[in-house]
Design a protein around this ligand. Sequence first.
Ligand SMILES: *Cc1c(COP(=O)(O)O)cnc(C)c1O
Length: 402
Amino acid sequence: MKRKSGQNPDITKNWKPATLAIRGGTARSEYGETSEALFLTSGYSYDRAEDAAARFAGEQVGMTYSRLQNPTVEMLEQRIALLEGAEACRATATGMAAMTAALLCQLSAGDHVVGAKAAFGSCRWLTDTLLPKFGIETTTIDGSDTAAWEAAIRPNTKVFFFETPANPTMDIVDLAAVCAIAKAHGITSVVDNAFATPALQRPMDFGADVVAYSATKMMDGQGRVLAGAICGTRDWIDNILLPFHRNTGPTLAAFNAWVVLKGLETLDLRIRRQSENALKVAAFLEGRVAKVLYPGLPSHPQHALAMRQMAMAGPIFSLYVGGGRAEAHGLLNGLELVDISNNIGDSRSLMTHPASTTHFGMAEAARLEVGITEDMLRLNVGLEDADDVIADLDQALRSIGR
Ligand SMILES: *Cc1c(COP(=O)(O)O)cnc(C)c1O
């Protein structure tokens, strides 16, 4: 690989996020292609047997097998690390592969994890079901209550695990305060930053140790591929995560890495426009439904905190239609433009009923405890004209008599 530009660290260290999103991590082959090359190869060959031996011994720089290294995947990892302000990043096949690897690589039987109750359904499954199965104790708390984090600490607590904003209740965790509590107790904070992305919020700037992503969401941003990523210090990635990742193999496919590289080029543009659209749509809905939960609205109980740690509030919010499942499903069925879809972070506006889809696997009592009621809906506001989205919601609301 030859690297014609971006190789002078004295210059690249001054690059702003919009520049890094286009150029960060780019490595060119001998053909000098402008766009990143897609290396669809599972293995690598060696000029001499001694080269193979030296590479396996770690004495020669180079790739050996695509479960371990791939040039396209490495470009993505470097780009995400640069955007995050992290020393290193490792890509994964999905967001859940990232969350699972970020937790299991550092935990052993007898350890204790504190997690936020409000979380993506599968993340709750990790804390409620998977970790206890392997003898790892877990406690779930109200993540928006900073004192609850400190109160839940035990002598064997190793990890704090949370997302902010949380899916789908839009709870905000005070990153600086909770990460400081973790640091003071030698606990590793693992933040799922899928909703905000580094374009709107960089948890490491507030003291987070590990930041994990579903890159399926805003990073791809166009609903095409599944992907994930884990960011940390070089030492943590190399010595804690890599032995687990290389040997268990939740590796990202080169093709998907290439798609996400292309997605990152427009992340900043997309997430800012979608955040503007979401604010308009949320403001429209505020007068029309029982309640809207959007951190960008002054009515959100943690609006001030959200705006301290996020540049904008993002494309996603939740609303309570009022009534029950019949009203929520009725609103969804009345939509003409917005799709009924449980995905988020897409350039299309998508709406889902969490209680019967993304959070269906959670016990009903646990759902109600975090506010996932039968009349709750989650909306991902896309890149369409906000007025068209508002008109669609308006006619769907009329269809259920609102
Ligand atoms: C979607 C999502 C995940 C899981 O990511 P996948 O790419 O679907 O595996 C994890 N956390 C949050 C907050 C998510 O929104």
